[in-house]
Design a protein around this ligand. Structure first.
Ligand SMILES: Nc1ncnc2c1ncn2[C@@H]1O[C@H](COP(=O)(O)OP(=O)(O)O)[C@@H](O)[C@H]1O
Ligand SMILES: [Mg+2]
Length: 245
């Protein structure tokens, strides 16, 4: 899938948060969006996914050339867009495995072989070193920060979206877990030609991932773009240089 965002403006209530962002993510490309807290990164991610609380007030989101900016989130998911939330919500009474199976069926628009599905869940649980039986619990209920992030990589592995947006996949993870998450996301993206947008404000996870394009977002706008060398530059100089005083 090819995503092209053109001069996107997004409001939360009456306030403009995303102020004219253009971004093109080709099939299988790996992009990173970095920027300080509050710059609108999560809002941009939610707008691509179609979060109902947001209002797109201008611009377009094209998926393979079709404007999806008015399309409901579940239809975008069915098209193959996946968003890993920065703060995944806990849903009592919805079993994690049930949830995942329903999502898989909805995206496949057909029945999903239960044995194969459970086998997939099982092998990825081991691969991601997910312990503490979280797979048997309600969605995100009592999951630690790190477990939520791993559980979302498990979703990614089973759902195999065409475009995955990961919002701070490193938050709440210890160093070993960051490595596991990064390596598995890399492997999945390469194997399935998944487009990838990783949002982060720290560069640590990027020592295990090799993005092709880096975008810096400050105050609702992309203020700088570059290749991998941009990460080292940001690490050295910070975001300060982009912030208007
Ligand atoms: N639900 C909300 N209601 C009001 N303001 C919000 C809401 N969510 C985010 N904002 C505001 O939007 C701005 C951008 O937030 P966000 O997209 O989360 O930034 P980032 O992910 O870059 O840290 C912030 O100023 C934040 O306070
Ligand atoms: Mg955020």
């Amino acid at each position: 899938m090819d995503i092209e965002i053109k001069d996107l403006h997004v409001n939360i209530e009456e306030k403009e948060i995303v102020k004219g962002v253009s971004l093109k993510v080709g099939k299988g490309e790996f992009h990173v969006i970095m920027g300080p807290n509050g710059s609108g990164k999560s809002t941009l991610a939610k707008a691509i996914m179609g979060h109902p609380k947001l209002k797109v007030t201008g611009g377009e989101i094209l998926a393979d050339g079709t404007d999806i900016s008015e399309m409901p989130a579940n239809e975008r998911a069915r098209m193959g867009i996946f968003l890993q939330f920065q703060n995944p919500i806990e849903i009592e009474g919805v079993g994690f495995v049930n949830f995942l199976h329903t999502a898989k069926r909805s995206i496949a628009q057909s029945d999903v072989d239960v044995n194969q599905f459970m086998g997939d869940v099982d092998s990825w649980t081991k691969k991601l070193k997910i312990t503490n039986g979280i797979v048997g619990r309600s969605l995100n209920q009592g999951f630690s920060g790190g477990e939520k992030k791993k559980a979302e990589v498990l979703q990614l592995a089973v759902l195999k979206p065409k475009l995955a947006i990961l919002d701070e996949p490193d938050s709440g993870l210890d160093i070993d877990a960051i490595k596991i998450v990064a390596e598995n996301v890399n492997e999945l993206a390469q194997k399935h030609e998944m487009g990838l947008i990783v949002i982060t404000h720290y560069s640590r996870i990027l020592s295990y991932m090799k993005p092709q394009f880096v975008h810096v977002m400050v105050d609702g706008k992309i203020v700088a773009e570059g290749r991998e060398e941009m990460i080292a530059k940001l690490e050295k100089e910070g975001y300060e240089q982009f912030v208007k005083k």
